[in-house]
Design a protein around this ligand. Structure first.
Ligand SMILES: [Zn+2]
Length: 305
């Protein structure tokens, strides 16, 4: 699959992931973190499935937030074949869901937003947007459940839903289309990617403060904290993962800047952020080598070049 726009972790998910290692999230934030993390994992599984099962010359764009006449709508994936655009909204739901009197319920009997309505809304807005841009191309939309542990009681027939047990037959059906994408399709895909809104207004930012967060460098492997540095390397006691100290500190700097964009990068601030496990001398050397020093009387600081 020719991926024109990749799927990236959202700022919201990244922030919660960072915070989750350094502070105890409130129940509400923790549950939100778990939900969006699971959703993202499902989308990645879908991407993998699409890459393995669909022709390499088709075009895919992932994760779009678009606007049409002041109305925002979100699409998990668009796949361009030679014939049409396939719109997919991917759900990673797990367990026994059910529909009763036209309403959707999760396994613990809580009503959830009707995902078919969401799908119809996205398709309708995408159609209008494409029409407005002067493109006329058929769209086929599907709600796709990727998790093999999902079941839906009372599922309506003849709805655009793909269940996990139908994935193989669905890809066989898609593969019967042999017409290739052209420059025209590529142009539409590029146009839509360029209209993607980067900063989601739906992002929920929990309240957090520098002082409350646990300091230290976090291993990239299993999320535990680095306890010591040996010979310019960090080695995880838990899983044996090894990383160059410079890379680990720079990862910490990135996290610091992401969580606290208003704080300055200085030897002191990064020393504190790393929880004192890396010497100030090493931090100064790493910052000097990789970032740009801004001299400001006695208070020099670093910025990304
Ligand atoms: Zn580890």
């Amino acid at each position: 699959m020719n991926i024109l726009k990749k799927r990236l972790e959202s700022d919201e998910l990244k922030r919660l992931r960072y915070l989750n290692s350094r502070v105890i999230l409130s129940d509400k934030d923790a549950s939100h973190y778990f939900t969006i993390k699971k959703g993202f994992e499902g989308e990645l599984n879908f991407d993998e499935w699409a890459a393995e099962n669909l022709p390499s010359y088709w075009i895919m764009i992932c994760d779009l937030l678009l606007e049409f006449i002041n109305t925002l709508f979100q699409i998990d994936s668009l796949i361009f074949t030679g014939e049409k655009i396939y719109l997919f909204n991917v759900k990673n739901h797990e367990g026994d869901y059910y529909i009763k009197d036209g309403k959707w319920y999760s396994p613990n009997n809580t009503e959830i937003i009707d995902p078919l309505n969401q799908l119809i809304r996205s398709e309708s807005l995408l159609k209008k947007l494409l029409h407005d841009l002067g493109y006329n191309i058929p769209i086929a939309s599907y709600l796709l459940f990727i998790n093999p542990e999902f079941h839906l009681y009372g599922a309506p027939k003849n709805q655009p839903i793909i269940f996990p047990t139908q994935l193989n037959r669905f890809s066989n059906k898609l593969n019967m289309q042999t017409s290739k994408t052209t420059d025209h399709h590529k142009k539409i895909a590029e146009k839509l990617s360029s209209l993607h809104i980067n900063k989601s207004p739906f992002e929920r930012v929990p309240d957090y403060h520098f002082g409350e967060l646990k300091k230290g460098i976090i291993y990239d492997c299993c999320g535990s904290f680095v306890s010591s540095v040996v010979g310019g390397k960090i080695v995880c006691d838990r899983c044996g993962f090894e990383e160059d100290l410079d890379a680990a500190v720079l990862r910490g700097v990135e996290e610091f800047v992401f969580l606290f964009p208003d704080r300055r990068i200085t030897t002191e601030s990064i020393y504190e952020w790393c929880g004192g496990v890396v010497s100030k001398r090493s931090i100064r050397r790493i910052l000097l080598k990789n970032l740009k020093l801004v001299r400001f009387s006695k208070h020099s600081y670093y910025v990304y070049p």
